[in-house]
Design a protein around this ligand. Structure first.
Ligand SMILES: Nc1nc2c(c(=O)[nH]1)N[C@H]1C(S)=C(S)[C@@H](COP(=O)(O)OP(=O)(O)OC[C@H]3O[C@@H](n4cnc5c(N)ncnc54)[C@H](O)[C@@H]3O)O[C@H]1N2
Ligand code: MOO
Length: 452
């Protein structure tokens, strides 16, 4: 819990992985690893020693993830959902792999009327077929292999069969090749169907199976541990006697799942430095998130515990409101990273999107998000030095800022489509600002159990 005196700022943190702040609208850096050209991390807007500019903090988190990607595995299709392709999916066959009928009806060769061949006709999945001589027709089912020399398929409803004479008449003009799906129409063997970095969704599984795959080489979902700090937190019932409900435990796990992570049930550690230390050193997750305890109050244990276990602070404060006390650390050389989210709930969301989301994207090998901008419907006040993240809703071609956007409030974000990135000083009505979309509009892997 925060209290006076003000935090004695730790020494400026200049990580070997820190990079200069990219231009506000430039794409995140994709360079890997450390370089002497990559420093320092300080923002042109930062007014606190060690505070990193918002865009630089995001870029650094993503780069840190990309520098330590998770190992890819060969996964059977039924275990690959939600993972990220480490290799492109290349067609192992032509699709369709043979000329096939698109309709139930008749395969015909040459001009009609046609003599109907005897027998049950051509069914999907049946073995080899003889050529169809000119002037003949054979019953054919959707998906059946077309006999060699067939020139068209006539849908059953567009043909009339004189059973007595065993003659077939077309009810309308027959165009060569009609209702035939030619071999290779969708792809040729060797064509790239999906690039590396694609998230394995249900249709990706379907396409991979169709193209001949039994397994996919994919990066597993990063495993995340969430440690919720604070003695004041209740897990059920109404707030009472200065105690409040934990709003972050219930929110973060599904949010992280929506970002493609595998998340253990959040653990509540109270305000116990020892419990925090023990949880950090015994975690085997790829990323650890803590909530609360990032400031300098009497029971804000995150900084002291990180120092005690020899963690390297890579970002210690970001020039963003809310959420400026957020931090990013590496627990040990080659060890997992930790994102310290501030305890105020909207500040925690800010930390999640600023540091955890790009880091997860990096370690999972997901491509950089498409950035986009939209005009704001009204003037938005800015912070004098820091970026502001404001919950917004889309309205036609612009975004409308929502009320109840204070650091301790979730009412705005719960109704929002995204967060507007408001530069220091604010923006006038009509100014285009960067928008961070919330993941649930486009996909819903956050449904409990869906991606597990
Ligand atoms: N002297 C200073 N005090 C504070 C500063 C500062 O710069 N100097 N920064 C303020 C800002 S901004 C934030 S944000 C918070 C960050 O504080 P902590 O990360 O240490 O978080 P706590 O003190 O533990 O909690 C802050 C606030 O949030 C409530 N909280 C915590 N966890 C939860 C949860 N899981 N669900 C709901 N609410 C939670 C907690 O009860 C406090 O009200 O520090 C300011 N102080
Ligand atoms: O960063 Mo704090 O989030 O302003 O409340």
């Amino acid at each position: 819990m925060p209290s006076a005196p003000a935090p004695s700022s730790p020494a400026p943190v200049v990580s070997p992985l820190a990079a200069p702040a990219p231009a506000a609208d430039s794409a995140s850096s994709r360079s890997h690893g450390a370089s002497s050209a990559d420093r320092p991390a300080s923002s042109p807007h930062a007014h606190r020693t060690g505070s990193t500019a918002w865009h630089a903090a995001r870029a650094l988190a993503e780069r840190l993830g990309r520098a330590a990607p998770l190992t890819a595995h060969r996964l059977p299709l039924d275990r690959a959902l939600g993972h990220v392709l480490a290799e492109a999916v290349v067609a192992l066959t032509d699709l369709p792999s043979f000329d096939t009928s698109a309709m139930d009806g008749w395969a015909v060769a040459g001009p009609g009327p046609w003599t109907v061949k005897e027998g049950e006709g051509l069914l999907a999945g049946r073995g080899s077929t003889e050529p169809l001589p000119d002037g003949q027709a054979s019953r054919i089912a959707t998906g059946a292999r077309l006999p060699a020399d067939a020139t068209a398929v006539i849908r059953s409803e567009h043909a009339h069969c004189d059973e007595a004479k065993r003659l077939l008449y077309a009810g309308r003009e027959v165009v060569q090749g009609q209702d035939i799906r030619p071999r290779g129409q969708e792809c040729r063997s060797g064509d790239e169907l999906l690039p590396a970095g694609t998230v394995v969704t249900p249709p990706v599984l379907g396409l991979a199976a169709a193209a001949g795959y039994d397994a996919l080489v994919a990066v597993p979902r990063p495993r995340v541990d969430v440690f919720v700090l604070g003695d004041e937190l209740l897990t059920a019932g109404l707030p009472h006697d200065g105690l409040i409900r934990d709003a972050l435990g219930p929110m973060l796990a599904p949010w992280l799942r929506a970002l493609g992570a595998e998340v253990a049930e959040p653990r509540r550690l109270g305000d116990e430095a020892g419990a925090l230390r023990q949880a950090l050193v015994s975690s085997d997750a790829d990323l650890i998130l803590t909530t609360g305890g990032t400031a300098a109050g009497p029971v804000d244990h995150v900084h002291p515990v990180l120092a005690e276990i020899g963690a390297e602070l890579l970002v210690d404060g970001v020039a963003v409101r809310p959420g400026h006390p957020m931090l990013l650390a590496r627990l040990a050389e080659g060890g997992p990273c930790l994102v310290g989210l501030p305890g105020n709930p909207l500040a925690a969301v800010s930390g999640l999107l600023t540091l955890a989301e790009p880091l997860l994207r990096g370690i999972a090998g997901r491509p950089a998000q498409d950035r986009y901008r939209a005009p704001v419907r009204q003037e938005v006040h800015g912070h004098p030095h820091d970026t502001r993240l404001i919950p917004v809703v889309h309205r036609e071609d612009s975004v409308v800022p929502l009320h109840y956007n204070g650091p301790a409030m979730l009412r705005g974000i719960a109704a929002a489509d995204g967060l507007a990135v408001v530069p220091p000083g604010g923006v006038r009505s009509g100014t285009e600002v960067e928008i961070l979309d919330l993941p649930w509009a486009s996909a819903s892997p956050w449904t409990e159990g869906c991606f597990t």
